[in-house]
Design a binder for this molecule. Structure first.
Ligand code: HEC
Length: 463
């Protein structure tokens, strides 16, 4: 799950001293050619505290690992080897990634950085599931980096990966916890809430299976959702939880507990499953096998009585044996008296889409809010011709700032704001979606996967 890029962390003078000198000339006395790297910078600390001990032994010129990876991380050239440099890995290069993106601050930097994919162990289901040709997670053959080291590197990338200056708080490195793959087991039931269970289902060898199942909550009164836990058996690609828009026609509403596949046995889309999908409102979801997220204190989503939820699970089986999918989800409800802000799901939807055949088209649409709005979550929605979906702020101090970006129409990141994003009246979002219409027909707004869409879904509350 992608979080809002943290703003430049408070700059703290770091106590690490000393420079690393490389490249002495062998010609006896006289001026010695040196490359000086201050460790008194975020980039310097990454090298001395992380790369030196855990990466450089392999990523050194003249070693077989250095040759195989084509990546040298010794201090003399590590920066130019990473920032703005194309990966050796062909799949990552074909996906348009750089080792570390030089696209500047924020999400594009992170999403376009192969280094981040290679070290982000907590997201390893996504790494191995979506990117079977990206090689191994790094550091190769040893424990993942600590969560503190990951947060430190990530903050640096999100700040535009500068060579000098402090952009990440060295205190982050104090978090020495490390990602461990949890063993799948049923979640303990919530004290105040419900547990939903997707019972075991089979995924055949070398196939993917994406299913939807409606679960009625059977709640006699409105309830307030404040926390969601998800635990998936390994092999899962993602799990998403939806409710339905009020205007869903009765004939589109599926029967409870019936497993609806997205693809039939021949890999073709199942039309009825797709048609129901267009009335979804996303509430929560994860690509990590274990996920536990709460809304900010006092904020909860009202689920009206007799809410119907749609559970969506996607498994990828790249082995030659069948695997079994299974998911537990806990919905924790707030005490209604403790709810200060009722959060709502919203959708900003542009229906005016026309994409000429064989052309790349960018559509821009502005949406502003008439009342002060606190946004806690955003996720985009488009179909298969989408190449990029960007969201910028309109108005206020952050006018024009990019806050969200997605490159993958099937798996757009869900952006959560740890402290809500506050929009004053008249402020809002500019949606900018780029589509590459590779077909020989014009494509317009529509419900099929061969039509297009341009929606920003969110969760927000008002004062
Ligand atoms: C035991 C040796 C070893 C260690 C330790 C190691 N790597 Fe690697 N690294 C490799 C090999 C081999 C490859 C090429 C195969 C692959 O990509 O899986 C590679 C590939 C990479 C790549 C992709 C290069 C490209 O352009 O395709 C990155 C990025 C990377 N390593 C970063 C790191 C970082 C960061 C660390 C330390 C946290 C690290 N590695 C530790 C052996 C190692």
């Amino acid at each position: 799950m992608i979080m809002l890029p943290s703003a430049y962390s408070t700059i703290r003078r770091c106590l690490l001293i000393g420079s690393i000198f490389v490249g002495c000339s062998a010609d006896g006395p006289g001026p010695v050619q040196t490359t000086v790297h201050e460790s008194d910078s975020t980039w310097g600390i990454i090298q001395t505290e992380i790369f030196a001990g855990q990466c450089v032994s392999c990523h050194t010129a003249g070693t077989s690992f250095g040759r195989q990876s084509g990546l040298i991380l010794t201090p003399d050239i590590a920066y130019e080897q990473l920032v703005g440099a194309a990966p050796t890995n062909a799949a990552a290069a074909a996906d348009g990634l750089m080792r570390v993106s030089d696209l500047g601050q924020g999400m594009p930097g992170l999403l376009k950085s192969y280094l981040w994919e290679k070290i982000n162990a907590p997201d390893q289901q996504h790494f191995y599931g979506d990117h079977p040709y990206y090689g191994e997670l790094m550091p190769f053959g040893s424990k993942p980096l600590t969560n503190g080291e990951l947060a430190f590197i990530r903050t640096w990338i999100e700040a535009g990966a500068p060579e000098t200056g402090h952009v990440a708080d060295p205190d982050l490195l104090k978090d020495e916890s490390r990602y461990e793959v949890p063993e799948f087991k049923p979640l303990a039931k919530p004290e105040n809430g419900v547990q939903l269970h997707l019972p075991p289902f089979e995924v055949q060898p070398n196939t993917e299976r994406e299913i939807f199942v409606v679960h009625p909550l059977n709640n006699e009164d409105d309830v307030f959702l404040e926390r969601v836990q998800i635990f998936m058996k390994s092999g899962s690609h993602h799990f998403l939880l939806y409710t339905f828009q009020d205007d869903i026609p009765a004939e589109r509403m599926p029967e409870p507990y019936e497993y609806r596949d997205l693809h039939n046995g021949d890999g073709q889309y199942v039309l009825s499953t797709i048609l129901t999908q267009f009335y979804h409102l996303p509430i929560s979801g994860s690509q990590w096998p274990f996920f536990d997220v709460s809304l900010p204190p006092g904020v909860a989503i009202r689920l009206p009585k007799n809410t119907l939820l749609d559970l969506n699970s996607h498994y990828i089986n790249r082995t030659s044996q069948p695997v079994t999918g299974e998911v537990y989800t806990n919905l924790h409800f707030a005490d209604p008296a403790a709810v200060e802000h009722e959060a709502r799901l919203f959708s900003l939807n542009n229906l005016d889409i026309s994409l000429p055949a064989g052309e790349v088209t960018t559509i821009e649409r502005d949406f502003t809010f008439s009342e002060r709005t606190h946004v806690v979550q955003l996720v985009s929605h488009a179909h298969q011709l989408m190449a990029e979906f960007r969201v910028e702020m309109i108005g206020g101090a952050h006018d024009g700032e990019l806050i969200y970006v997605a490159y993958d129409w099937e798996h757009p990141p869900i952006l959560r704001f740890d402290s809500p994003l506050v929009l004053e009246p008249g402020e809002g979002f500019r949606l900018e979606a780029t589509y590459d219409n590779t077909t020989d027909e014009e494509v317009n707004f529509g419900l099929l996967s061969t039509d297009e869409m341009m929606i920003l879904f969110g969760i927000s509350y008002r004062d």
